[in-house]
Design a binder for this molecule. Sequence first.
Ligand SMILES: *[C@@H]1O[C@H](CO)[C@@H](O)[C@H](O)[C@H]1NC(C)=O
Ligand SMILES: *[C@@H]1O[C@H](CO)[C@@H](O)[C@H](O)[C@H]1NC(C)=O
Ligand SMILES: *[C@@H]1O[C@H](CO)[C@@H](O)[C@H](O)[C@H]1NC(C)=O
Ligand SMILES: *[C@@H]1O[C@H](CO)[C@@H](O)[C@H](O)[C@H]1NC(C)=O
Ligand SMILES: *[C@@H]1O[C@H](CO)[C@@H](O)[C@H](O)[C@H]1NC(C)=O
Ligand SMILES: *[C@@H]1O[C@H](CO)[C@@H](O)[C@H](O)[C@H]1NC(C)=O
Ligand SMILES: *[C@@H]1O[C@H](CO)[C@@H](O)[C@H](O)[C@H]1NC(C)=O
Length: 283
Amino acid sequence: MDYARHHALIVVTICLSSLLFISPSPTHAAAAIHAAPTKLVKEICGQTKNYTFCVEALESDRRTVSASDLVALTKIALELSIANATSSRAYIDDQLKSNETEPAKRPSLKACVSSYDAVVASFKSALLEVIEDEDYQTANYDVAIAGDEANNCEQSLASAGFQDLSITTRNNFIKSFSNIGYVLTDLLDMAADAPSHLVRESCNKTTLTQWNYTFCVEALESDPRNASTSDLLTLTNIAIELAIANATKAQAHLYDMLKNSDTGSNFKAPLEGYVRSLIRYDD
Ligand SMILES: *[C@@H]1O[C@H](CO)[C@@H](O)[C@H](O)[C@H]1NC(C)=O
Ligand SMILES: *[C@@H]1O[C@H](CO)[C@@H](O)[C@H](O)[C@H]1NC(C)=O
Ligand SMILES: *[C@@H]1O[C@H](CO)[C@@H](O)[C@H](O)[C@H]1NC(C)=O
Ligand SMILES: *[C@@H]1O[C@H](CO)[C@@H](O)[C@H](O)[C@H]1NC(C)=O
Ligand SMILES: *[C@@H]1O[C@H](CO)[C@@H](O)[C@H](O)[C@H]1NC(C)=O
Ligand SMILES: *[C@@H]1O[C@H](CO)[C@@H](O)[C@H](O)[C@H]1NC(C)=O
Ligand SMILES: *[C@@H]1O[C@H](CO)[C@@H](O)[C@H](O)[C@H]1NC(C)=O
């Protein structure tokens, strides 16, 4: 007991003194206790091409630590992308207008400014598509376009024989932001396509419904009302209506078979029994 307390005291003392040694300035102390990336940030950035870039970029926004869902994080990422691209566009435009820029470089700089106009526009469209339209597929396409446009800028400089590290670095930022936006909107798109919680839960009770899970989800989602369904009663009504519609169609098909003289008579008796049992669905 006494030993344990003594031991703990030593550990605390060592920790405190090492903090003092490692962190001589307040800035360093703050950096030492800087929060680790959230689970969501780790999960997203782990799917991007450059984990470090992604974490650093997202965490440069103080809202990121409290972003708890994909939409919130996507909004932050796209706003950072827009700010970054806007600033780079201004930088390249300044170079274009500078009297110190050699004339031969001007056409590629001009192309780069156009590219950056497209980069900014694409990120802005993607942001609206995520926030207002919930159209994650189009947003996904637009963030990819932004990356392509940064490539176009790189290409126009290279094909004119120019190497500008300051612009290449900025193009690489855009490509990385495009990649982060791509991962986020792709996940949003997949989440939107996934069956609702209620459908998943209901369909998981396959022994009750006698439907297998895939069949159940596909059948329930074939109804356009599925998306807005949040209560069990509505879902049950949808399921029953689907079953009636399905059985009615099957019944009509079987009646046709009964009326058809080609159907063998020893097949007609069991068929009639089955058709009658289907009618009972309507009761
Ligand atoms: C990843 O991003 C970090 C931080 O921006 C950068 O230092 C590093 O060079 C990048 N790695 C690659 C392979 O691009
Ligand atoms: C653009 O993003 C990079 C990477 O996060 C960052 O280092 C740079 O400061 C940003 N520039 C602007 C103007 O936001
Ligand atoms: C560029 O323009 C600035 C004024 O905007 C002037 O001071 C400078 O001398 C010019 N440089 C050249 C190389 O013409
Ligand atoms: C179905 O429910 C079980 C236990 O309740 C769970 O372990 C399983 O992941 C669920 N399956 C699906 C497809 O939701
Ligand atoms: C489950 O339903 C799906 C979709 O209707 C079907 O393709 C599959 O064969 C069924 N599986 C079983 C084991 O019945
Ligand atoms: C009956 O339901 C199955 C499964 O959802 C579907 O594949 C089939 O097209 C439906 N038939 C009719 C006539 O609605
Ligand atoms: C609901 O049904 C529509 C129309 O069939 C379909 O496009 C959609 O993917 C389904 N699921 C959700 C969650 O909306």
